[in-house]
Design a protein around this ligand. Sequence first.
Ligand code: SAM
Length: 423
Amino acid sequence: MAQRNSGGQPAARQGPPPFNPPVELLSDLSKSIQNSLNTYQNAASAEDKLSALQEISATSAKLAANTTPLPQRFLEFTFRPHLNAAARIAIEMKLLDTLPLDGSVITISDIAKACNAEEEFVLRIARLLAAYNILVESESASGTLSYGHTEFSRFANQGPTKAGIVHNFDNMLNAQTGAAGYYFNEFGFKSPEDGKNCPFTFAHGAKDESAWDIFERIPWRGRLLQEAMSIQGLLGLQALVDAYPFEKLTPNEDGIMYVDVGGGRGNVEKEVLKHHPEMKGKIVLQDLKSVLEAGTVVPEPDAKLMPYDFFKEVQPVKGSSYLLKWIFHDWPDNACLAILENLKPAMRGHSHSKLLICDLVLPNRNPSAGFCLRDMNMMTIAGKERAEMQWRSLLDQGGFEIMQIISCDGGNFSVIEAVLREN
Ligand SMILES: C[S@@+](CC[C@H](N)C(=O)[O-])C[C@H]1O[C@@H](n2cnc3c(N)ncnc32)[C@H](O)[C@@H]1O
């Protein structure tokens, strides 16, 4: 019988409830994993294989959640951000660089010597990474601990991935932890609607500045962001360039096939030109002056570099097609509409002119944990990841009609192709 307090209400239970996950539930989850495993084994296409693996991963996560005692789950959850801190430190001390690439292990003492670090410190970082299967740990007969790479740590130690970890930790999480508990309390529990008043700007104590103004004002932060953008080269950019026929776009009267608006250092152009060298000189790469001046990964004249601010100016290249990749997810709806307003005069009267938005298109139900995390990341700077309904409503409001949505790489990249409604 439930205990009652003096007011006759059930007393709040102290401590965790009994932990007895029902065998039927665990058995159903295991069967579901086995079924997906069979699908994976017999899958005819790479896409079917990927989708079966994603099922296995999602159901295994449910199984792990349902088999981890609640206090342990709570501790791992609440301290979990320290895993990211350990990875950030490992990058700073070049710990992963000391590990043999062939997967063999080296001792703590050898890692410490190579990193100019204290052995105990190395142990504390390395064992946490091993506890999360980022490194492997082995113990010799004499009890000496050694660590080695996993496939994941080798991936995480490539230049672009390291840059992604550093940018997400130093720029995004740094702001998020400085603001999450306070910003929404002050400005309301709602999606930020002003790029100049968001958790990122709040954490920086900024007045009348967007995150992008801060990235410009503090160049090392902006550099971290631009370096992190190169991660797309490892994350399926090639699949995007295979999936969308950039080479079939109709050029404008100056021969420009598309303009990459807010294209950063030109990572997309590098990939497009690798596949379609005949497009050299027929692409315009636009971004803020400071970004282009800091260096691009495509040289001029392979792409024409053109400083451009999509809030301040009407699009100067007329009658071409316009790629906006990872732009709209950086901004709230009203800012996206302002960007579209500045595009319209360039597209009006050019029926071949296409708007190509490359962003996530969230599934309406059960988006993956990774997609939800990416959305929270965007909330930091007043942006958001949008579901198809949200894209349709935003573009309709902006006067555009969606012609098709092409998704690739398990939904990591989508191209929304739209045209201007001429009325
Ligand atoms: C998330 S990054 C995406 C870069 C690139 N499109 C890509 O996918 O690799 C956003 C880009 O928008 C640019 N940007 C921000 N504000 C801008 C503005 N007002 N006008 C033009 N570009 C801007 C940034 O400099 C940055 O390169």
